[in-house]
Design a protein around this ligand. Structure first.
Ligand SMILES: CC(=O)SCCNC(=O)CCNC(=O)[C@H](O)C(C)(C)COP(=O)(O)OP(=O)(O)OC[C@H]1O[C@@H](n2cnc3c(N)ncnc32)[C@H](O)[C@@H]1OP(=O)(O)O
Ligand SMILES: CC(=O)C(=O)O
Length: 540
């Protein structure tokens, strides 16, 4: 049995740019408990009022699987253990387990703490043996163990023995600077286990990109506790990523740890931690990133359609993730068929429409279009090509003016637009005049154009009032060409029920914006019609 020890709330909170609130910490605790994590290190109660409050509040949660652990350094030099404020704060938490870190590197004891090597051993022994009177389990984090071992192996082992004599339940070997390579971990653990007969754990940092592999090797060699964080958060380059370690242990190495069925929650826990860290979820995370099971190249998609095993190391559902098929210039017919199927459209590989759509995509991508972030535009293109959607309006022209009257006045823009609504739609709505010519103002030209278009269409399609543009991105393609370069505009929209992205490319930025804007509106109208056809309400 290998016990998973999560330190997202302590070492993870040491990540540059992250500050979890008390509520965040409690939400993450509940999610980790649901996942079945064995130990959750909640924080350092002697460090700050938030961590102190955490240990009060966490008592109110009804945790089913996890034990909460409080963390601290060993006692301060020159202070009696029963008078040391960090140690006394630990005692007050009344949690089932505590972890204390002590120095295993001779240099850090003498230089960092300014005490003799013998005094450091006493400090470790006294702290652990004192805490053992109050807690079921006391873990010893041997800080800098691997660097310490390389500098003075005998002394590093003595620090472990001091903690063992004090009654520590697990001696956790820390690669604090993250510089140890996998074969060193293997050799050092082999020797440690010959000299110290006690349960060992591993706490690895990722400065050499070795944290996960060092943790797995430690388990192979006999470690029974693995410390790490969700998404590999942590000081500097982070800690060992539990979102990789857990599935590797359970699905690949067949190690008894967190129950396999719980791994379906891994993706959502990983997303939650990104969300509460106020950071974008890294797309390239193994197992839990959005790209972990995303297939772009035509050759891959064609094979995955036959058997996903050909380009997937596990079934994405096992960790709660999903397969994604991308459409791009690297696509083959298989991408189009697979993507169409996702959208409820069945196509066969020999259908001429598939080839036609593929050619359109490749030509558009050659002009600078990018459909990966613009699935709304792709769906429209597909359904327009197959005659599965209406032509909702036709542009008869627009004009956009931007004016700034003086240095001190803000610039503003005005747009006029003319559109024609197809005869059958106007008749169906009982509206005689199907040509609309409107004008609107905005702070910028795109806002003015958006307002004018909505004004022109609203009497035919009132539901467009539900659309909100949530993001507008411009990327200049072919930057070397300067002002002749083509801007690509990506727009993200929502109507409260769904979100969609659309794209437009033109040498003129207003026209590129128009193309993305027009797609955004057409997409909404198409989806409303589909809802109505399925018997749902377009009002949502
Ligand atoms: C490897 C790791 O990640 S361990 C975890 C590190 N995490 C943190 O540091 C975050 C929380 N820390 C804090 O809130 C503060 O640093 C506190 C409250 C713990 C201490 O604050 P201060 O008393 O102001 O000390 P400061 O942070 O400046 O320095 C750390 C002190 O701890 C001492 N110390 C460090 N490790 C240990 C240890 N294992 N045992 C005993 N003392 C230690 C240092 O020698 C230093 O004492 P000194 O000032 O007498 O030299
Ligand atoms: C204890 C700890 O966080 C470390 O040694 O990295």
């Amino acid at each position: 049995m290998v016990y998973i020890y999560d330190t997202t709330l302590r070492d993870g909170a040491q990540t540059r740019g992250i500050s979890f609130s008390l509520e965040d910490k409690l939400r993450i605790t509940e999610a980790l408990d649901e996942l079945g994590i064995h130990y959750i290190e909640g924080g350092w109660p002697g460090s700050n009022p938030k961590d102190l409050a955490y240990f009060e509040e966490v008592k109110k949660l009804n945790l089913k699987n996890s034990k909460i652990v409080a963390f601290s350094s060993t006692k301060r030099k020159g202070v009696k253990v029963e008078k040391d404020s960090n140690i006394q704060q630990l005692v007050k938490t009344e949690v089932p387990a505590v972890t204390v870190f002590g120095k295993s590197w001779d240099l850090h004891a003498t230089l960092g703490l300014g005490i003799s090597l013998e005094e450091n051993l006493e400090l470790i022994f006294e702290t652990v043996s004192y805490l053992k009177k109050y807690f079921d389990e006391v873990f010893f984090d041997a800080e800098h163990f691997f660097d310490g071992y390389k500098s003075n192996p005998e002394y590093a082992i003595k620090t472990l023995l001091a903690a063992k004599e004090g009654g520590a339940d697990c001696l956790v070997l820390c690669d604090t600077n993250g510089g140890t390579l996998w074969y060193e971990t293997e050799e050092i653990i082999d020797t440690v286990l010959k000299k110290v007969k006690a349960p060992i754990g591993i706490h690895a940092h990722n400065d050499s990109d070795m944290a996960v592999v060092n943790s797995l090797i430690a388990v192979k060699k006999g470690a029974i506790q693995v410390q790490g964080t969700i998404n590999g958060l942590g000081e500097r380059t982070g800690n060992a990523n539990l979102c990789s370690i857990i599935p590797n242990l359970v699905l690949k190495m067949g190690i008894k740890s967190i129950p396999e069925e719980n791994l379906k929650k891994l993706y959502s826990v990983s997303r939650l931690v990104s969300e509460l860290s106020n950071r974008p979820h890294p797309v390239n995370l193994p197992y839990v990133g959005e790209n972990a099971f995303a297939h772009k190249a035509g050759v891959h998609v064609s094979a995955v359609e036959k058997n996903p095993k050909l380009y997937e190391h596990i079934e994405p559902e096992k960790v709660g993730n999903k397969r994604k098929i991308m459409v791009s210039e690297l696509s083959g017919r298989s991408n189009i068929i697979s993507k169409a199927k996702e959208l409820g459209v069945e196509l066969s590989k020999d259908s001429p429409a598939v080839k036609e759509i593929l050619d359109k995509i490749k030509n558009l991508e050659a002009q600078g279009y990018h459909f990966e972030g613009a699935e709304g535009s792709f769906e429209l293109l597909l359904k327009e090509s197959l005659g599965l959607t209406k032509k909702y309006f036709e542009l008869k022209g627009f004009r956009v003016l931007t004016e700034k009257r003086s240095e001190n006045e803000e610039a503003y823009a005005e747009a006029t637009i003319k559109v024609e609504i197809p005869k059958e739609i106007a008749e169906e709505k009982g509206i005689e005049d199907r040509f609309e010519h409107t004008a609107a103002e905005g702070r910028g030209p795109v806002e003015a154009l958006d307002k004018a278009l909505r004004k022109a269409l609203e009497k035919f399609y009132p539901s467009i009032g539900e659309i909100k543009l949530t993001d507008y991105k411009v990327r200049i393609l072919n930057e070397a060409a300067g002002t002749e370069a083509s801007p690509r505009v990506l727009i993200e929209s929502t109507d409260g029920k769904r979100k969609w992205g659309t794209v437009g490319v033109s040498p003129n930025i207003i026209e590129a914006s128009w193309l993305a804007l027009a797609d955004a509106i057409k997409y909404k109208l198409m989806k409303d019609d589909e809802d109505t056809d399925r018997g749902g309400s377009s009002e949502g």
